[in-house]
Write a protein that binds this ligand. Structure first.
Ligand code: SF4
Length: 379
């Protein structure tokens, strides 16, 4: 399938990496480590939230290895390495969240080694249930706003948070629409294309990202397509560190249509628009609790994530699940046990494909996926 101008634009953003992203806008950039960040708070403070999501295999790890033990995911080491190699210059600060021990330690390592950066750590609720959780999250967001005010020497107004919610709702809505289009007609959009379109948004101002997404929607709708004999799969486990584009192309080439995934999960966190209205900080907190994704980095007893995965499989008409955790990603690997048990109970075929940023050859994966696909197509 021939690429489109919007996809090529997204590819160029991705290839350029964080360097151009830090100079792209008049607003100083603020790094957001995955998974979810309340981007609106940083935007309201006059900053440009950008994804601090590793280096995608584009740099050699020289300094970061000495700050972490060996068995740690690539995203943590390469994000840190970017800072040591002075590739984050121009970044006002960065925010990390309570998603795992690695992210927690990374926040402290950044703080100690780069004292000029404003480092925030958001304690997202460990348990999403209970009447007091919303108040807690609001107070946590207000604490972050106060920290930004002290750093920048200006007020972060609620009206600016409302404006930022409106700004980010647009690309989030467009990404939902593109995902729905791919689920319905996966032959119309390659998953590697959709991945690049979404990932570009982690390095662009929201209005610029929206323009690219809108153009892509029109280009995809105009494509002449032909459905192939492939297996429809849901990808689970790549919510934090992001896979190389080559791996997605390999999955597609081996006979899969990816009809749902959790790539860049934090940038597509909400299942619907964040409501605009009075007390926007509360709206944001409530949306996180009520309309957020079920992932391995949050516990919600009312919406168990293994049940949510089964629902996603059924809703998208998928025939199988591919678990795709980053190497050494504890939340994803611990959950594999939970998911696997549920898939077996529900009779949903599944396969595990681990990845890391610096993955150059995909031949072994291709062979495994082809065998898996054949076992489903010719069973
Ligand atoms: S990839 Fe996994 S282990 Fe690494 S920082 Fe992200 S959630 Fe934590």
């Amino acid at each position: 399938m021939e690429s489109t101008p919007a996809v090529e634009q997204a590819r160029a953003v991705l290839t350029g990496g964080l360097g151009p992203a830090l100079k792209r806008s008049d607003a100083p950039a603020f790094g957001c480590f995955p998974v979810y960040s309340p981007f609106e708070l940083f935007r309201a403070a006059g900053l440009l939230p950008v994804g601090l999501m590793g280096a995608g295999g584009q740099i050699d790890i020289v300094h970061a290895d000495a700050r972490f033990q060996s068995f740690v995911c690539s995203i943590a080491k390469s994000s840190l390495e970017l800072a040591f190699q002075k590739r984050l210059q121009g970044m006002e600060g960065a925010v990390f969240h309570s998603i795992c021990d690695v992210a927690r330690n990374l926040a402290s390592v950044f703080k100690r080694n780069f004292p000029a950066m404003h480092i925030e750590y958001i304690h997202l609720p460990q348990n999403s249930a209970g009447p007091e959780v919303e108040d807690y999250l609001v107070s946590e967001y207000r604490r972050v706003m106060a920290g930004l005010e002290a750093r920048l020497g200006r007020r972060v107004e609620d009206a600016a948070v409302s404006a930022a919610i409106r700004e980010y709702n647009r690309p989030r809505r467009l990404m939902r629409e593109l995902y729905a289009m791919r689920t319905k007609e996966p032959e119309r959009i390659n998953s590697s294309e959709l991945f690049m379109l979404v990932r570009a948004g982690t390095m662009l101002p929201p209005d610029e990202h929206s323009r690219i997404l809108e153009a892509a929607k029109l280009e995809f709708a105009a494509r002449k397509t032909k459905r192939m004999d492939r297996v429809r799969v849901v990808i689970e486990g790549a919510f934090c560190e992001q896979p190389p584009v080559g791996l997605l192309e390999t999955l597609e080439g081996a006979g899969c249509y990816l009809v749902e995934d959790d790539f860049c999960a934090g940038w597509r966190w909400f299942t619907q628009d964040v409501p605009e209205g009075p007390d926007p900080v509360r709206q944001l907190a409530r949306a996180w609790l009520e309309n957020g994704r079920a992932t391995s980095t949050r516990f919600d007893p009312e919406r168990p994530r293994h049940k949510a995965l089964v629902r996603r499989v059924r809703e998208t008409g998928a025939q199988a699940v591919i678990f795709m955790p980053a190497k050494f990603c504890e939340p994803a690997l611990f959950d594999y046990v939970l998911y696997r048990r549920e898939m077996e109970k529900e009779n949903i075929p599944h396969l595990m494909v681990e990845f890391e940023e610096k993955m150059w050859t995909f031949e072994r994966t291709r062979g495994e996926v082809e065998t898996f696909v054949e076992s489903l197509l010719f069973d």
